[in-house]
Design a protein around this ligand. Structure first.
Ligand SMILES: CC(C)(COP(=O)(O)OP(=O)(O)OC[C@H]1O[C@@H](n2cnc3c(N)ncnc32)[C@H](O)[C@@H]1OP(=O)(O)O)[C@@H](O)C(=O)NCCC(=O)NCCS
Length: 256
């Protein structure tokens, strides 16, 4: 964090695939996935991923999964120096992928989220790290969903927001809670309503025991210009968060 208490999120910082424990890198991808690149991305995946790709019923979901995993492997390759196809990924009991040669939340850690035409990748060191992105969309029974994911205090705060801002505020809460449960790794079974946020949404005020000390966590919203909301959650204090668009040069060097 800088001296004025804000995070550095400069997209113009040089692309360096080097991390220290107080830094998180966020990579944003947007736009429709390009089916022409499918074979190149598919070639980077391991057998399990290829089998999973083939099980998708809808082509657009298959293409998105393969593109996202392909990018994940390209980025991991840049951080580790390994060939994208050599990287061994395993998923824990609740599905969170990690590098296969190290224990959870140790060494290079990462998390991925995708929604509609956006994907986002976060990388850090030696921490619980989660990222979430959602496209804002109308939700029927919004108040019922708020009842399910919020504590009473959070709901009261949500109700105090003017009606025309409640949907946006709901998504701001939702992505932060999802980022926390993705950082911890247990997914929705962690109990999303038990992850309680401060009114300004800048920190958790109460978390399940398995998340460690609530006061250590960093929560950061990711703004998007096009109707999406995102957030990262990390179980430590951070000095810097760098955001970049996906490094297309990496794709050109490796695939084209
Ligand atoms: C993890 C979870 C919150 C993802 O929510 P989502 O908003 O639908 O999806 P997102 O796009 O944000 O994230 C998906 C990515 O998160 C990662 N992921 C998967 N499971 C994860 C987990 N438990 N924790 C953190 N990240 C996870 C994967 O990289 C996944 O991408 P992939 O599908 O391309 O592999 C949700 O799927 C969940 O709760 N899963 C747990 C399932 C579970 O409890 N299974 C029990 C098995 S016994």
């Amino acid at each position: 964090m800088t001296s004025d208490g804000t995070f550095r999120t400069a997209g113009s910082d040089p692309l360096r695939f080097e991390l220290d424990p107080g830094t998180v890198h966020v990579w944003d991808g947007s736009g429709p996935v390009d089916p022409a690149r499918y074979p190149s991305f598919f070639a980077l995946l391991d057998d399990m991923e290829r089998q999973r790709a083939e099980r998708f019923r809808f082509e657009q979901h298959r293409i998105r999964f393969v593109t996202c995993r392909g990018w994940l492997r390209l980025l991991l390759s840049a951080y580790t120096g390994l060939d994208p196809g050599e990287i061994r990924l395993i998923a824990d009991h609740y599905g969170k992928p990690r590098l296969g040669d190290q224990p959870p939340n140790t060494g290079l850690v990462f998390n991925v989220s995708h929604s509609s035409e956006r994907m986002v990748f976060a990388f850090g060191l030696d921490c619980m790290l989660g990222v979430d992105i959602e496209r804002s969309r109308n939700i029927t029974h919004l108040e019922g969903l708020v009842d399910r994911i919020c504590s009473q205090a959070e709901k009261n705060h949500w109700l105090s927001v003017p009606g025309d801002r409640r949907l946006e505020f709901f998504f701001a809460i939702w992505v932060r809670k999802e980022a926390i449960i993705k950082a911890q790794g247990r997914g929705v079974s962690l109990g999303i309503a038990e992850c309680v946020l401060s009114n300004d949404l800048e920190r958790p005020v109460s978390l399940p025991d398995s998340c460690g000390r609530t006061g250590d966590w960093t929560l950061l919203g990711l703004d998007y210009p096009d109707g999406y909301q995102g957030a990262i959650a990390v179980d430590r204090r951070l000095d810097s968060v760098y955001r970049h668009g996906l490094p297309v040069q990496l794709l050109i060097d490796r695939l084209l």
